[in-house]
Design a protein around this ligand. Structure first.
Ligand code: GDP
Length: 464
């Protein structure tokens, strides 16, 4: 896991406390840390250089407010500049008051897209294979349908991979969005024409064209996609890229922008633990806005791009904002506080695990949530490896429920014979019981570590 900018700057700037204002030397020292943090987050070097220069100018001479540390002050300046650069807007984004209304959020996804053209409005989806193009096509289709009552038709132009065409058809069925019937042997341009034709005849508002991807950029692909774009004249050409793409982001975004022409970017797998530097590189290098972000595999896991969240990621501060918001929606606060207090003491027994499992289940996508927590990336890998899902959480609950209260408080007293009974009681096996106990041990150890770091609250406070 990355140390994160807060930790780095804390050390560099601590000595500045009480000095009044930030000098050129302080800024230079701080910017060395900012550079490293950005490079570690996979931001491309030229972008890092530009960014650091902008921030340097802003930071020099800034007064250090008494209530915060100079480190926090610099983080704020860097964070705001990042948000500006990512969003293309000046000043931090203050969302309007309806921010929390879920319905409004949905609308904002649809509203991020330009649909100003004579229907059927073509939207072209481009990007590398595996970037999440097909999934995102269906997510957009569903959102336009449900939030804006648009009649949407989707078509797969991937003639190389019949499986991809089939995948879109399946997602279409799942979301209730129409897909163009597959005719084998047609070329991408022919399919695109047929889709628009069908769109006109069928009275569709939007036609989403999901183009073929390749594992890497290749000329043939670029020509094919450029040709489709020329023929269809789409209102949006969206480049779909995986947030994990790293340094390749620059090549991919440059190539697609130069050879095909894009109108915006969709960043997928933002629910993972990628640092998100690719977003900054792509935004800076193409000048195209990042419009949407994919935050899970489910069809409703699509949000409008939120620059401040990605900025927090890039700076290595975890996505605490999202975490807090998401938790607030579904956690029963008193119980959560109880756990938090115990966590701060570094205590975490199986009773705590049980209430946490229940809350996690209430919160929905467990993997998505874990990715948001600072410092949990490593644990998430273990959990991925252990293949945790909803049904697994239910099984784990059953195992804990089969224990006595004393066992839950002191798992170390559970002997082999009891494990057999517990397994039988929960309708599972002894290895499953052992696995749970081992996971609990690892979590308890992590809680101890978090205690050293000052707990979640401490982490949030350090962010300022
Ligand atoms: P394509 O080859 O570009 O069409 O990629 P797909 O749409 O087939 O996506 C590849 C895989 O990524 C699928 O398993 C998707 O479920 C998954 N995926 C797509 N978007 C996201 C996302 O935002 N988050 C997560 N976790 N998975 C995603």
């Amino acid at each position: 896991m990355f140390e994160g900018l807060s930790g780095r700057l804390g050390d560099v700037l601590e000595k500045l406390r009480g000095k009044g204002s930030i000098t050129q030397d302080d800024v230079n020292a701080a910017m060395r840390e900012v550079r490293i943090a950005l490079l570690e987050a996979d931001v491309a070097l030229p972008v890092v250089k530009d960014f650091v220069n902008t921030v340097k100018e802003r930071a020099v001479g800034q007064e250090v407010i008494k209530s915060v540390t100079p480190g926090q002050m610099v983080i704020k300046i860097v964070h705001d500049a990042l948000v500006e650069m990512l969003s293309g807007r000046i000043g931090s984004q203050v969302e309007d008051e309806e921010d929390d209304a879920e319905a409004r959020k949905r609308d904002r996804v649809a509203e991020s897209l330009n649909l100003n053209a004579t229907p059927p409005v073509p939207i072209l989806m481009v990007g590398l294979q595996g970037s999440g193009k097909t999934t995102t096509s269906a997510k957009i289709g569903l959102r336009l349908k449900s939030a804006m009552r648009k009649k949407v038709l989707m078509a797969s132009l991937d003639v190389q991979r019949p499986a991809a065409q089939h995948q879109l058809a399946v997602l279409g069925e799942q979301t209730g969005v129409d897909t163009l019937p597959i005719i084998m042997g047609q070329q991408p341009v022919q399919i695109a024409r047929r889709a628009l034709d069908e769109g006109r005849k069928g009275g569709y508002d939007v036609v989403i064209l999901d183009t073929a991807g390749r594992l890497a950029i290749d000329e043939e692909l670029m020509e094919e996609v450029a040709e489709v774009r020329k023929v269809t004249n789409p209102a949006e050409t969206l480049l779909v890229t995986d947030a994990m793409i790293g340094q390749d982001a620059v090549t991919v975004a440059t190539e697609f922008n130069d050879k095909v022409g894009i109108s915006g970017i969709v960043l997928t797998r933002v629910d993972g633990d990628a640092r998100g530097g690719a977003a900054l590189s792509m935004r800076a290098i193409t000048g195209r806005p990042i419009k949407l972000m994919g935050v899970g595999e489910k069809m409703d896991a699509l949000e409008e791009f939120q620059a401040d969240r990605i900025a927090g990621r890039i700076l290595g501060m975890g996505d605490v904002v999202s975490l807090v918001e998401k938790a607030a929606q579904s956690i029963q606060m008193d119980e959560a506080e109880k756990i938090a207090r115990r966590m701060e003491k570094g205590k975490f027994d199986l009773e705590d695990l049980l209430s946490q499992l229940r809350q996690v289940r209430r919160m929905g996508d467990i993997k998505g949530l874990l990715g948001l927590m600072p410092g949990v990336a490593k644990m998430k890998k273990q959990i991925d490896a252990a293949n945790i899902d909803d049904s697994m959480i239910k099984r784990q609950e059953a195992v804990i429920l089969s224990m006595t209260l004393r066992e839950r408080r002191h798992p170390e007293i559970i002997k082999a014979s009891r494990k057999k009974r517990i397994a039988a009681g929960a309708g599972t096996t002894v290895p499953e019981v052992n696995k749970l106990l081992k996971q609990h041990q690892q979590m308890a150890m992590m809680m101890k570590k978090m205690k050293k770091m000052g707990g979640m609250k401490g982490m949030a406070e350090r962010m300022g």
